[in-house]
Design a protein around this ligand. Structure first.
Ligand SMILES: [Zn+2]
Length: 258
């Protein structure tokens, strides 16, 4: 069967000398394909199998893995590859998406639409990459079903009022009353704004994202909370996140020296 679909490349791995195995995100979910000879520089598939490329993909589906026949490229997103930081963030966003996206045809098309919004926002405002990462992490948690209603205490369900702590094992924020009967070792303090912002992040529209003023303490709490929610609670271990951290650490070192 031959079919075509719009899609974005979310993973591309060299296979043998010249071939590639690509994972596409389509509006209805992900699909992995064999792209024969795509790694040859003169291949007409070469541009279409790069990370974050978007286009119409023509696929032959027999038994087993489908084969990529042809690509009509709509956006190469070359600018993401011209900058080391942007490329690392793009790889991280793709890996997160693949952790949450179901196989074709089970995905909610909103996932695909929001992913496009995210990539285009990363190109338009690379200086906001960390903010975009937090928003994307919050959305991924929601899609994975590991987000509580962030405005409510994860244990008693009452609206939160500070001082608050995020509890790693309970995967949410605890109210003042519930904290009294809690082992503090696995709970860290978060500013009150954290809960409200996490709720906003889940619903944020990348195309309409304005400037956000988030304090340093809340920024740190958001990063920590989402990290634990993804690793401890959703059980994800993300390779691209480690690469990103090494890059960011290197940048801090350089700035510190100069
Ligand atoms: Zn409570």
């Amino acid at each position: 069967m031959l079919y075509n679909t719009e899609a974005i490349v979310t993973k591309s791995v060299r296979y043998g000398e010249n071939d590639a195995i690509v994972t596409l995100m389509t509006p209805t979910g992900r699909v992995s394909l064999m792209a024969r000879s795509a790694m040859k520089p003169q291949s007409r598939l070469a541009a279409g199998v790069r990370l974050c490329a978007q286009g119409t993909y023509f696929i032959y589906q027999g038994r087993g893995m489908g084969k990529l026949q042809q690509v009509d490229l709509m956006a190469s997103r070359r600018r993401l590859h011209e900058n080391l930081d942007s490329a690392a963030y793009a790889a991280y966003f793709c890996e997160l998406l693949l952790a949450a996206a179901p196989e074709r045809p089970q995905a909610d098309p909103a996932m695909y639409r929001q992913f496009i919004g995210l990539l285009d926002a990363l190109i338009a405002r690379p200086q906001d990459a960390e903010l975009l990462a937090r928003i994307w992490e919050a959305k991924i948690c929601a899609w994975l079903g590991v987000s509580p209603d962030w405005r409510l205490c994860v244990r008693c369900g009452r609206p939160l009022a500070g001082p608050l702590r995020y509890h790693v094992q309970e995967g949410g924020i605890l109210c003042r009353d519930c904290l009294q009967s809690t082992d503090y070792n696995r709970a860290f303090a978060v500013p009150e704004a954290t809960a409200k912002i996490l709720h906003l992040f889940e619903r944020a529209v990348f195309e309409k994202l304005g400037k956000m003023n988030i304090s340093v303490a809340t920024t740190r709490a958001l990063k920590q909370t989402l990290f634990y929610q993804l690793t401890e609670f959703a059980g994800l271990s993300l390779k691209s996140r480690d690469i990103l951290h090494h890059l960011l650490d290197a940048t801090v070192d350089e700035e510190g020296r100069s």
